[in-house]
Ligand binder design. Sequence first.
Ligand code: BGC
Length: 820
Amino acid sequence: MFRVRAVSMAAAVACAVGASSAAVGGTAWAAAPCPTAGAHPWCDTTKSPAERAALLTAALTEDEALAMLAGASANGHTGAIAPVPRLGIPSAYVTDGPVGVRQGPATALPTPIAEAATFDPAAARLHGSTIGEESRRKGNDGILAPTVNIVRHPRAGRTFEGFGEDPYLAGRTAVGWIEGAQSRGVFASVKHYAANNQEGSDPTGLLSSAALPIGVGTVGSRYVQNSVVSERALREIYLPAFEASVRDARVGSVMCAYNRVNGPYACASRHLLTDVLGGWGFDGLLMSDWILATHANDLVAQLRAGLDLEMPSPLSYTPLLVKLALASGSVKRADIDVRVARIFQTLLRFGFFEREPYALTGSPIDADAGDAAAQRIAEGSAVLLENRGLLPLTDATKSIAVIGPNAETFITGGGSGSVVPTRRVSLAAGVATRAGSGVRTAVDDGSDVARAVALARSSDVVIVAVGDYQTEGADKACLTLECPPSREGQDALVEAVAAAQPRTVVVLQTGGPVLLPWRDRVGALLQSWYPGQAGGTAIARVLFGDVDPGGRLPVTFPRSEADLPTAGSRGQYPGEPDQDVIYSEGVLVGYRWWDAKGIQPAYPFGFGRSYTTWRYRGLRVSPIAGGARVSVEVTNTGKRTGSDVAQLYVGVPGDDVVRRLEGFRKLTLAPGKSRRVAFRIGERAVSTWAGDGWRVPPGCVTLAVGRSSRDLPLNTVVAAGGRGACAAAKVTLGVRPCASRRSVSITLPAAVRRGMRSVAVTVGGKRVRTLRGARRSVVVSLAGRPRGTVRVTLTVRRAGGKARTVTRTYRTCTPRRSAA
Ligand code: BGC
């Protein structure tokens, strides 16, 4: 967990002289807000963060409380939570982002889509802990990452920044990342909640060329577009990675998105912020995205829905507007205190009050450790798409030409996911170093095709380095490598070089899928994503076979744009002129679409070649409490040590989704070695979202195991929904009946009970009873509720006719994803 450092007041003040720290009222400050447990009532560490936060909030003046609602001066960071100088509480700082710390030179890691391509939560943890550590060393308390928005359309400008198209993979990757980051003493802020799946179409490519993270004026711009999406698609596709971040990784913060979702802006959506997040038990800090995610006329809706902190500065939560709302009675001080307490509660949970501010002393990061992490993750993320006997390169190679626009450039995505690297190794440099002095290496940027062809002819092996550019603020204009601002002529360069030299390897550096018309005519094709600052070293090691290409595709590569789920439908993408973007493909996103429609992709989800060969056999399934244990024997049948990703897909009876990923395991095996790999699936893995809750459709569940979504040699059926539900099944899943709480007791605060005459109980929008007289608490039955969430409202009538309400949201038996 986080490090809590106890310091004496004197030592802390002495510290302040040398270190540039947080500032309170313009003075350098290096003392813990709670130097001792007895310093203030809220410093009592025997109390819970929630109790301490309530005590602290109660001690604020109205002006102090209002100031907490919006970001303060960031002092070189990306954002800041306001200080409370009178109480010795300094600003808390946050920084971007998902690729590395965006605050001076920092380790530029492989971008998150590459991290997802590792299919390895340990690699995600390393990615997160590297960024968490560097952000803390740069004086931050929180980190604005990870991005977990699902790739709905591969032209989306932030495809490189997320974890691909599958909710399960995105969720497991996010959990690893958040655990890694938060283990370094900073809170993560998972973003952008929710259904923020495009930046806005930019047919000219001008916005992305200018790298302007604005997107205003584009069709379907993130600032105004309304994602019209079914509750089922939200629950099954777009929300699970957020849910896993909250429920499994206990993320400290959630960032709500710019766009609207089914009408209201995400940051004012009561459904998203109260019902859904509350239903998952989220008790952290909810902050807005930066400028224009909040709106003055949503002030009351945002406060009531649950937006704690407007970033980066007051726009709707300005003291004047909030005071007017208080004066008009549309907002009460209690509405504000709830929000402020959530901010403090999160800071308290992460030890902010017991330590001096993290120091910002230049760039004291461990660049070597960061570089090693970047290299390791890049090696594990490279996906070998084609290999016609060319790779790995052998010692017989005496001359190598590295050709193309990316031969010597460092390439990564733009916007808040961009990072200034501490160092960089280009592909050409990495190859030259790995090849050694006995091998002649030549470099050409490929701008003159005839020259490149001549060089290719005179070399034993050619590596062609091509790629695209993606950025926040604008979607790509098309899916080919020719799209502006990528350099035109890349396809022609590959065609010409590959025609002249059959020993041509294409190394792709793209933020996501692109069209590859020449893929059958090259010797080998390696997808390396935006591989980070150590990319050249990592790719060279993969090309020479020092490591097996470890990556598998976290996103489908289409053969044509016409095959996309949104093809030919402007309403689906980029959206209608009124800015509605209709998610009418429902849950058929990514490979779910290709499978349901029987379309052959260029490369399927989960795919990636190895330098060795693999055998899968011996599928076994046994029921366990809460679900099933599925295992398979994996053998390396080749002559080299290699790594593979065993994947488990589940097909639910009567579903329009043919199969969905519900388990994966990466393993490395020496030649001839075998290992039995086990997965556990729980009730959630065989559920679909039905109306207002999760349901297990009775019948035959298909379990399929293999090496990609389209290579599943082993499969079987098991019965779900009780014995006899599936005649062909030998095994019945040990799914538990829903075990929700039968009743809850809600305590009424003293302030609410004053003059109490009666209390009316409303459950899920229906008035169930009214109790006369005064009482301290009310017991409410939740028995028989469907799975999902339910809101309980107590309306207290008081002498003089004034009513006060107390609202609570409860989870009613959300099924478990993995069995116990
Ligand atoms: C992005 C966020 C980012 C924020 C601060 C916004 O434009 O959408 O992801 O954290 O800027 O840089």
